[in-house]
Design a protein around this ligand. Structure first.
Ligand code: IPD
Length: 304
């Protein structure tokens, strides 16, 4: 019921704040005068770009334990538990499930690039209905609850851009800011995600893209290094479009809730062709392919 969800929401915010403090403390410990930038307990998972640190594990263990104490009947899916085989993917069904990335943007964190965050999504009936994302280095807390809007630092309603917000240009991605990630598939093969992405960057950016009325002269292509932050920035209205192939549920559960509550769209599709046909029904956790569009038109009604 609504009262229970209020409690889950407050609890998720409390967890994110403590977890964010843990991320910040561990990052700050690395600003040491002798210039030693070694990262504690860093190890590789599938490749040298798929990495985990002791901080990812400590923060996930804190969040997982806290949830198990407070809500022993709820399920938990976390990036690091999954990597160790302790939680399974596709566990998402109608039951209450927490979907957590303790540190999204691990590579950024290891390089002390501030675009990293803790991402806590709460999923019910297979839908992310609560999303809390905290980027402690930036001091940005994004929160959302189904039907209650999306917020920055619990004060400013998302999107932040003027109201009413113009729709993204009909010639999108021309004149848009587009965000995408390099991802972890680095195979030098024409069918790899990496090749598909690089080719799409060129199609979107080049003056003569060869596509009639499509592509060409995108205002900018950005790679933040965190899928969660991409969704949060699309919800803010800072990005027009975000696209990524290869995400996991924990990368997107919280961000999808925040984006949808801000009035944005997320679907499983490819840019640039599918931008106009973006349909929210396809926004399923587990699709691994996501195309997000920033809010447009008047802000969604505020109900709480
Ligand atoms: C990754 C980041 C990255 C995205 C990958 C994610 P991690 O998460 O969000 O930007 O391209 O798909 O897995 O490993 O930093 O938690």
């Amino acid at each position: 019921n609504a009262e229970d969800l209020d409690k889950v929401y407050s609890f998720a915010i409390k967890l994110a704040r403590v977890a964010g403090r843990m991320l910040l403390d561990s990052a700050e410990q690395r600003y040491i005068p002798d210039g030693n930038r070694e990262v504690q307990g860093l190890s590789e998972k599938d490749s040298s770009v798929d990495i985990v640190t002791k901080t990812d594990e400590d923060v996930e263990s804190f969040i997982k334990t806290s949830i198990a104490q407070q809500y022993p009947e709820h399920r938990f899916i976390g990036e690091e538990s999954y990597s160790k085989g302790a939680s399974k993917r596709y566990l998402i069904d109608d039951g209450p499930t927490w979907c957590v990335d303790p540190l999204d943007g691990t590579v950024n964190y290891t390089h002390l690039f501030p675009m990293f965050c803790v991402s806590i999504g709460f999923v019910l009936n297979s839908r992310p209905i609560i999303g809390v994302v905290y980027a402690p280095f930036l001091g940005q807390l994004f929160t959302a609850r189904a039907g209650h809007g999306a917020w920055l630092n619990e004060k400013q309603r998302l999107p932040l851009v003027r109201d009413p917000i113009p729709p993204i240009p009909s010639e999108a991605p021309r004149n848009c800011i587009f965000s995408c990630e390099w991802g972890k598939d680095r195979r030098d093969h024409p069918d790899s995600n990496l090749h598909r992405k690089v080719e799409s960057f060129i199609t979107m950016a080049a003056e003569q893209s060869g596509r009639e009325g499509k592509g060409g002269m995108v205002h900018g292509v950005r790679c933040l290094g965190s899928a969660t932050m991409d969704l949060a920035y699309t919800a803010m209205g800072s990005f027009d479009i975000w696209w990524e192939g290869g995400c996991w549920e924990w990368d997107v559960a919280a961000g999808i809730c925040i984006l949808q509550e801000a009035g944005g769209l997320v679907t499983a599709a490819n840019p640039p062709d599918d931008v106009e046909n973006c349909s929210i029904e396809n926004a399923k956790l587990g699709s691994r392919l996501y195309l997000a569009i920033r809010p447009a038109g008047p802000s969604p009604n505020e109900t709480g």
